[in-house]
Ligand binder design. Structure first.
Ligand code: CA
Length: 463
């Protein structure tokens, strides 16, 4: 089906989307008037960790094949200008889970591991999560993998809207069994369990089992891989695929990516086997840019890396796949942000966002279905202490630290090489005012940034 045909039929799809796929197939459009029970679409939200902009085949990666993730893009929508709300793990996740700028509730900095985390660290109980909202809508909810939104019992996933949890609470974890033993347990619910597998393989297995267990009801599964965050650890199964790779560090990273891609493939195989592909919105993104120095994860052609607010820290691989409900093989080029995912999925489920929730994200469906040519967002903002940025259209004003603001035109200069702040001082001033106005509405950080430990790019090594 070409794009024109797709759009013509999208209204029919839209009217049928609340019916089970089997019924849709059997009855066609006539089924829309039936009183059949409503099946809401499942949501499989896949989050990679520290995967840079350049690290998928469809994003230009040449040395590490990612056929399964690429397939999501080829059969769905790839966002060339997809952002996260922060350049580090934990605040980025706080934004993803709430649909709000994390700075709006003081979640501005990463906490560090449990041993040094501030006493008040975690997603405040005043905030409502993605899972809270979907649980209320009648969904089975689960999280598999990395949590990183609080270590205390009252902030555990099972207290934040998730029915099921398999994974770990902190910001990083060893992949190989036996490594780092005793430091950070794998939990099933609140129980510590033995974990004999490579974690990425274990998370894939748990995902397949979760999908199978909940095949007859709508589910929201947050699949939060620690891949491809440090430490670099891989098994022979995946290392073997890169025998010719000379750089040992890159080789391990490549093997970790291969495991991640295989895991995504297993999840998709299960959805297809159960004929749930058309009933499942599959989203894939990374929580922040690649820490190139630490893991080799590249952000090309973007400047910067994990831990800063140049594009390489905040613009990430971002894909949405929903067979027969969204266009296939498109690249959407207007800026979107991870905060949009919750309201988009709520709309896909046929429910409404209450303005009282004060979400910063918006429902992307009308934009993705060409029902409007407007941009989803006029402006996007980032703040992590002195690191500040605003994007408006093609313009980006960025203060990479204590330095002055720099101005770039991303349409002409995606790599942020030519600072136009002096040349275009009026534009810089205008954006600065918009930024300050937004920043003034944000909360004071609930906890501070971790003190630096010696030389090197500490931000890249943060969990
Ligand atoms: Ca991360």
């Amino acid at each position: 089906m070409n794009r024109r045909e797709f759009l013509k039929s999208s209204a029919v799809f839209a009217s049928m989307m609340c019916l089970p796929s089997a019924l849709r197939k059997a009855c066609g459009a006539a089924a829309t008037s039936s009183s059949a029970p409503v099946r809401k679409p499942n949501v499989l939200l896949i989050l990679a960790d520290d995967q840079g902009y350049a690290e998928l085949g469809v994003q230009g990666c040449k040395d590490v094949p990612t056929p399964n993730i690429d397939s999501l893009a080829k059969n769905g929508i790839r966002f060339s200008d997809g952002y996260v709300a922060c350049c580090l793990c934990s605040p980025s996740r706080a934004g993803l889970m709430t649909g709000k700028y994390p700075e709006s509730f003081g979640y501005e900095f990463n906490p560090g591991p449990p041993s040094v985390a501030p006493a008040n660290f975690g997603l405040p109980l005043t905030e409502t999560t993605f899972a809270d909202r979907f649980k209320k809508m009648g969904y089975a909810t689960g999280v598999i993998g990395k949590w990183h939104l609080g270590y205390k019992p009252e902030l555990h996933p099972l207290k934040r809207g998730f029915d099921e949890f398999y994974g770990f609470l902190s910001g990083a974890h060893n992949y190989l069994p036996g490594k780092g033993k005793g430091k950070e347990p794998i939990l099933r619910g609140e129980e510590r369990v033995e974990q004999p597998e490579y974690t990425t393989d274990a998370f894939a297995r748990e995902t397949v089992e979760f999908i199978d267990r909940h095949k007859s009801e709508p589910f929201f599964l947050y699949l939060s891989f620690n891949a491809v965050h440090s430490p670099l650890e891989a098994t022979d199964k995946y290392l073997k695929r890169f025998e010719s790779m000379k750089d040992g560090k890159r080789k391990k990273y490549a093997a970790m990516t291969a495991a991640l891609d295989d895991a995504v493939g297993l999840a998709m195989d299960k959805l297809r086997e159960l004929k749930l592909e058309e009933d499942t919105i599959v989203i894939y993104l990374s929580d922040n840019g690649g820490p190139t120095g630490v893991t080799t994860s590249l952000n090309t052609p973007l400047k910067g890396a994990k831990g800063n607010v140049y594009e390489g820290g905040i613009r990430i691989p971002f894909i949405m796949h929903w067979k027969n409900h969204l266009p296939a093989g498109e690249v959407y080029k207007k800026p979107v942000i991870s905060l949009d995912l919750m309201p988009t999925c709520i709309a896909a489920a046929g429910e409404k966002v209450d303005p009282e929730w004060k979400l910063d994200g918006i429902n992307l469906l009308p934009y993705l279905r060409d029902e409007t040519t407007d941009a989803p967002h006029e402006t996007l903002f980032w703040r992590m202490g002195d690191k500040r940025a605003i994007r408006q259209g093609d313009w980006k004003l960025v203060a990479p630290g204590k330095q002055e603001f720099e101005l770039y035109n991303l349409a002409e200069d995606i790599s942020e090489t030519k600072d136009l702040a002096k040349e275009q001082s009026e534009k810089a001033k205008q954006l600065r005012e918009i930024f300050e106005s937004w920043s003034g509405q944000m909360k004071q950080p609930l906890w501070g940034s971790k003190p630096s430990k010696g030389k090197g790019n500490n931000a890249e090594q943060e969990e």
